[in-house]
Write a new protein. Structure first.
Length: 294
């Protein structure tokens, strides 16, 4: 009997240690403010930081790069990186600007010049994108233009969540999105070399504490059926951060019109395949958003 009790006690202690470790890791990953990454700014992109206030009363910073007679407006949504923020979007802004598209780069909450000390993987960040969309669409030069999103990783998931909830954007380009928070957690546990069958339930419990009990409702997988605008999904065959099948699964579940590009690249497709990335994006935009200034 004593041995049995000892085994039970050791089992309970082991489970508690596993949960506390998992919760600590997730808490550390989400609770911080990421400073701006350092980049070289192209000479032809002049900008001034502007601010709007989101629905959670946080100040959200963004840069607006207008062009003369734009074909459309593309709002660029960065991923999770430390340092990171809107500075990660400069390369995308440059090639779209050169192609005749006005662009916007924003700092999601807890990044760069925006307020916040906690990242929620898109569960709340969609509101940051929403308020910037409204500010850009309200400008006189953009009232008749198509406005949509190009998001990367967490930014891609955030773009899809926003589109599913608000129905505001006219198009979405989702590069290496995760289908859901749970799928992201499960994949990253696997990649870290831990047994997901053991660790994943503790991660779900930790996520409920960090993100709230209804966090699963705010995921691309849940909301994809509610999006009825053109979507370009980009998957990376050598992705070690997000399961490459997630973009494919979302593509299969999405409404038409939709496109899928499976890139022979790592998680940073734009870095690995810059010319192919530019070509795919511009081809998609030209196909579904013919210039309104022709």
């Amino acid at each position: 009997m004593k041995i049995l009790l000892l085994i039970i006690c050791l089992g309970i202690i082991t489970l508690m240690v596993l949960f506390l470790y998992t919760f600590y890791r997730l808490h550390q990953e989400l609770n911080f403010h990421s400073p701006a990454s350092q980049v070289d700014y192209p000479a032809n992109l002049s900008f001034q930081t502007q601010f709007v206030t989101n629905a959670d009363q946080q100040k959200i910073a963004y840069w607006y790069f207008p062009v003369t007679q734009p074909k459309a407006v593309v709002i660029l949504i960065h991923g999770l990186s430390n340092p990171g923020g809107k500075t990660q979007s400069i390369g995308y802004a440059q090639f779209l600007h050169d192609a005749g598209y006005s662009t916007v780069a924003l700092d999601l909450r807890s990044f760069g010049e925006s307020d916040g000390q906690k990242i929620t993987l898109g569960e709340n960040e969609w509101k940051d994108v929403d308020i910037v969309f409204d500010a850009i669409k309200a400008r006189s030069e953009n009232k008749t233009l198509k406005v949509g999103y190009l998001g990367v990783s967490m930014g891609a998931a955030t773009a899809l969540i926003n589109a599913g909830l608000t129905h505001k954007p006219d198009f979405v380009i989702a590069s290496v999105p995760y289908a859901s928070f749970d799928k992201l957690f499960y994949y990253q546990i696997q990649k870290a070399g831990f047994p997901p069958q053991i660790i994943f339930p503790f991660m779900q419990l930790a996520a409920r504490i960090e993100l709230g009990s209804n966090y699963a409702q705010f995921s691309p997988q849940t909301l994809i059926k509610d999006i009825h605008v053109p979507i370009l999904f980009i998957s990376a065959t050598h992705d070690n951060s997000v399961n490459s099948h997630d973009a494919v699964d979302l593509f299969n579940a999405a409404n038409d019109p939709k496109e899928l590009w499976v890139a022979d690249a790592s998680h940073d497709v734009f870095h690995d395949q810059p010319e192919a990335f530019k070509a795919k994006v511009l081809e998609f935009l030209a196909k579904y958003l013919p210039s309104q200034n022709q």
